[in-house]
Design a protein around this ligand. Structure first.
Ligand code: PLP
Length: 463
């Protein structure tokens, strides 16, 4: 039940307070109370140090534990693998490394090679490095530019941040790497920011994609190597591109010989109801990166997946000693990652979790849409599968975001009802106003309703 003995408890809390620097938090107010220590998890629920039970609607805080907590079959596969062979760098093969690559490629028609990494940021950086090397090998040092989108996020390391479209995360960390160029977002709810308020639906989608083409023409197509996009923008406010956007993006990339890099770190491995987010839109990327849901957090693993055509470019002239991808990832060789990932994928298949994701995502969206009638503060509900956002606005006409403190109060009120939800946006500093829901793919109708009931109560209390 998550409780543990008093002495252990005070020691853990003292050690946490004295020695841990937590992620993404201002420590001063955080230190006024004891930290929350999550001790145990089972299914959709976790227990803290006081034995309090929480319903987790964010899959481990950052949308990772896709198959839920306490999966003995994954833990056992990891244990068995570690006892057999814990580690050997990937220039030698490993049994789970080979078998997971085969299984993964089986879900990704048109793709053929898996490069193992240990985090989403790293996988993205490796794709950027490949783009740069291709520019030097094939295009005489031109085509080094990488386009990224306003509101998208690709990681916390410096080159990944150079491709980051979220002002809140980037401010004070520059200067950034050269040759990363921003393109506009594609958010229909905020289309007035793009000057496209006169268009809607497919017409808007095509026009938003055409704004990418304008940037390519401005920069010079012979200088642009890749376009990096999230299939559904996650932390930037949960944004699905409207109809018409993706086919036009693919067309533009083909026309200007630009590699299409889809960052599936959040959407990958089931989160949106298909194996990969891009598979909703009938496009064929050149690079796909993934991390969070690959092994549902049971082991660290990230993958950069690419095509045989890209792979070939790095082996076409073996007589040139520099003509290969001169890169390594120390922990991209841990065997626990693919061992966990193999079982994780099998669970999703065996339990039909893609279908459950689609059905439960639709239920959650419609519950939240129903709340819009009662709570004027919800300006928009959007998302795909089990990645859903509800944007809170002070005024439905102006779409002015609510003060972040109010959005945080909603999160806290849900906490008072033992439900953990998130809040995001990260694009306008201090204006995180989009409630965020990404429960595990195993979520039941009862738990979906519990989550949205908690939101209803919280909104009533706060506004
Ligand atoms: N890409 C996206 C879309 C993300 O949301 C994240 C993390 O939240 C990353 C990349 C970075 O992944 P990691 O934190 O594993 O480096």
């Amino acid at each position: 039940d998550g409780t543990f003995n008093e002495n252990d408890l005070s020691r853990v809390i003292a050690a946490d307070k004295a020695n841990v620097w937590h992620h993404l938090i201002q420590h001063k107010p955080f230190e006024e109370n004891d930290p929350r220590i999550i001790v145990e998890g089972k299914g959709m629920r976790v227990w803290d140090q006081n034995g309090k039970e929480w319903l987790d609607a964010v899959s481990g805080g950052v949308w990772t534990v896709n198959v839920g907590y306490g999966r003995e079959e994954i833990a056992k596969a990891v244990y068995d693998q570690l006892m057999k062979l814990c580690y050997f760098a990937q220039s030698a093969g490993s049994i789970p490394g080979a078998l997971f690559a085969e299984k993964l490629i089986g879900k990704m028609p048109g793709m053929s090679r898996v490069y193992y990494n240990n985090s989403g940021s790293e996988a993205n950086e490796k794709a950027f490095k490949m783009v740069r090397q291709i520019a030097h090998k094939k295009y005489g040092g031109k085509k080094t530019k990488i386009l990224y989108r306003d509101r998208d996020y690709h990681g916390s390391t410096l080159a990944a941040m150079s491709a980051g479209g979220q002002e809140e995360r980037n401010m004070q960390y520059g200067p950034f790497a050269p040759d990363f160029v921003k393109v506009p977002h594609c958010m229909e709810y905020r289309k007035h920011e793009l000057g496209l308020e006169h268009l809607s639906g497919k017409e808007f989608g095509i026009a938003a994609a055409n704004q990418i083409e304008e940037i390519i023409l401005r920069e010079g197509p012979d200088t642009v190597g890749a376009l990096c996009l999230e299939p559904v923008t996650a932390g930037g406010g949960v944004i699905e591109a409207p109809e018409g956007y993706w086919p036009r993006v693919q067309e533009i990339c083909k026309q200007y010989d630009i590699l299409l890099h889809i960052d599936e770190v959040v959407c990958g491995v089931g989160r949106t109801g298909t194996w990969f987010g891009y598979q909703h839109y009938g496009i064929q990327p050149d690079f796909v990166t993934m991390a969070k849901g690959v092994a549902s957090g049971y082991a660290a693993i990230a993958c950069l997946v690419t095509t045989e055509a890209v792979f070939d470019m790095f082996k076409d002239d073996a007589s040139d000693p520099m003509n290969y991808f001169r890169d390594i990832s120390t922990f991209g060789g841990c065997t626990a990652g693919p061992a966990a990932a193999l079982v994780n994928m099998q669970i999703i298949e065996d339990e039909n979790l893609l279908d459950n994701c689609t059905a439960m995502g639709a239920r959650m969206k419609s519950n939240l849409e129903a709340l819009m009638e009662k709570h004027q503060v919800i300006g928009d509900v959007r998302g795909k599968g089990l990645f859903i956002g509800a944007e809170l606005v002070a005024d439905r006409d102006t779409k002015e975001p609510v003060d972040e403190k109010l959005a945080q109060a909603v999160v806290a009120e849900c906490g008072n009802q033992n439900v953990i939800i998130g809040v995001t946006n990260r694009s306008i500093p201090g204006k995180n106003n989009t409630l965020c829901f990404s429960p595990a793919l195993i979520v039941t109708p009862e738990d979906v309703d519990k989550i949205t009931d908690a939101v209803d109560v919280a909104l009533t209390k706060v506004f």
